[in-house]
Design a protein around this ligand. Structure first.
Ligand SMILES: Cc1cc2nc3c(=O)[nH]c(=O)nc-3n(C[C@H](O)[C@H](O)[C@H](O)COP(=O)(O)OP(=O)(O)OC[C@H]3O[C@@H](n4cnc5c(N)ncnc54)[C@H](O)[C@@H]3O)c2cc1C
Length: 163
């Protein structure tokens, strides 16, 4: 099942402190505040609709008018279709290759944190590489094995913390 995301500059009376999710069986959707004057609309693309039709400006403006008739729409910033999915790789390393970001651990967008977890993984990898390159720590016998194991351990910790 495909979904779509569209970001707007708009003024509306919705609460900025909560996720405004409507579980309408005909089309579940949600409004999320993410920056001053900026809102994100996420909605399901129904079976009979194509991705390009459901992300066209006409379709989105019509949907917005129907769901938030009092909103003052200033600008549609962008829109895109996506398929919800999540999963994670059993291992983050194969030989000299290390996985990071969605390739290692894709999560559904409802947590709003997939990119941040990926950036965090890259950061954790970067400081270990930097320390090794600067010889601040002794060179481990199997450096890549150790960093990927550390990374996997930290990821499990973050996952537990996020629950
Ligand atoms: C609707 C939605 C809302 C989201 N909202 C948030 C949010 O609010 N906060 C947040 O932190 N995260 C959010 N995320 C998650 C975030 O978008 C992802 O976690 C993040 O983009 C992953 O980055 P990445 O670089 O790991 O992978 P990607 O962004 O998927 O980048 C991988 C790139 O590799 C390219 N590629 C693939 N195969 C090949 C190949 N064979 N050769 C060359 N290139 C290739 C792809 O085209 C792509 O450009 C959201 C995701 C969705 C779908």
């Amino acid at each position: 099942m495909d979904s779509a995301v569209a970001d707007f500059e708009l003024e509306c009376g919705l609460s900025q402190d909560i996720s405004n999710i409507v579980l309408d069986p005909l089309r579940p959707y949600g409004f999320f505040y993410f920056a001053p004057g900026r809102w994100r609309l996420i909605y399901r693309i129904n079976k009979e609709e194509s991705r390009s039709e459901a992300t066209s400006p006409e379709f989105i403006h019509r949907l917005l008018k129907e769901k938030l008739p009092d909103a003052e729409v200033k600008r549609l910033l962008w829109a895109s279709a996506f398929r919800l999915g999540q999963g994670q790789s059993d291992h983050y390393r194969k030989g000299r290759w290390l996985l990071a970001g969605d390739a290692a651990h894709a999560m559904g967008p409802s947590a709003g944190a997939g990119m941040m977890v990926g950036v965090l993984g890259a950061w954790r990898l970067a400081w270990r590489l930097a320390r090794w390159l600067c010889r601040i720590i002794p060179i481990p016998i199997n450096f890549l094995k150790i960093i990927s194991e550390n990374k996997e351990r930290e990821r499990m910790k973050s996952k537990t913390t996020m629950r």
